[in-house]
Ligand binder design. Structure first.
Ligand code: THG
Length: 262
């Protein structure tokens, strides 16, 4: 499982404040803790309150890279913010993200090729968030086809069905899980499936429980990657155990520790 740590996001009050005050310690502690907990990459999002997202993204990338040596997932709806991060990234980065809109797709596939990055494609377009499984697959297919036509390596493409909060869009959970299964059939070699896990529990009381169960059900449907909180130890233990049951890890009595040492 490709785990992207979600915690460096200006959406969190403490992180938004650290970005505004240019407090390196808060950001570097979050970076180190997430990598120690098993993150293979870190999501970097300036948040909705950033007044200058280009320079905030540059500062975040430089600050994080002073403390850890991992891939960064540059998370913004603005291509120029993503590109500002790409120019500084030392390791193979993740572009998070493109939608299925033609103009945006072309631009971000071009950028992904130029900087040799991974690319996340959201099942989303100007018409808004899909409300069923088939629309998610249709939009993902548009993205996969554009990537293939443009010569972008499909194994570097992650398709995201767009997870919605269970308290306001309860019928969408199963549509997301079924879309994950079908995404793998859209190209050969199969594109990878990814979710922003914590979306599912926003505004609910049992956040950790809801995240955990949704993650494991999605892993059962073939999920390859997730943006999640790697500091949630029960979540990580459940994920490691799911991979064990799916025969992706070798069993030994200390399999949780064995996985962590890797
Ligand atoms: N797909 C892709 N990228 C994404 C998402 C996605 N990036 C952003 C988001 N969704 C994933 N990251 C988060 C980060 C935080 C939260 C949810 C998803 C979150 N934050 C608290 C909240 O809103 O309740 C913040 C409040 C606080 O604690 O201060 O839940 O789907 N490709």
């Amino acid at each position: 499982m490709f785990i992207i740590g979600e915690l460096i996001n200006g959406m969190y009050k403490q992180v938004g404040k650290a970005i505004a005050e240019k407090n390196k310690k808060v950001i570097q502690d979050l970076a180190r803790k997430q990598v120690e907990a098993g993150a293979s990459a870190l999501d970097v999002n300036c948040g909705p309150l950033s007044k200058n997202p280009v320079s905030d993204m540059q500062w975040l990338v430089e600050t994080i890279q002073e403390s850890v040596d991992v891939s960064l997932s540059l998370d913004s709806t603005k291509a120029e913010v993503i590109e500002a991060g790409l120019k500084l990234a030392k390791k193979k980065a993740v572009i998070n993200s493109t939608t299925a809109d033609q103009e945006k797709l072309e631009k971000l596939i071009g950028m992904a090729k130029q900087y040799k990055t991974y690319l996340i494609g959201l099942s989303l377009d100007k018409k808004g968030v899909p409300q069923d499984k088939d629309r998610r697959i249709e939009l993902a297919a548009t993205i996969a086809a554009a990537a293939q036509d443009d010569g972008f390596p499909v194994e570097d493409l992650f398709l995201d069905p767009v997870v919605l909060p269970v308290n306001v869009a309860q019928s969408q959970g199963i549509n997301v899980i079924e879309a994950i299964r079908e995404f793998k059939l859209l190209a050969s070699p199969p594109p990878r499936a990814i979710v922003g896990l914590s979306n599912v529990s926003q505004g609910t009381c049992e956040r950790n429980l809801i995240n955990r169960i949704f993650l494991i059900m999605s892993v059962g449907a073939g999920l390859d990657a997730a943006i999640l909180d790697p500091l949630d130890k029960e979540l990580m233990n459940s994920l490691i155990t799911a991979e064990l049951i799916l025969n992706k890890q070798i069993y030994c009595d200390s399999f949780l520790n064995a996985y962590r040492k890797k």
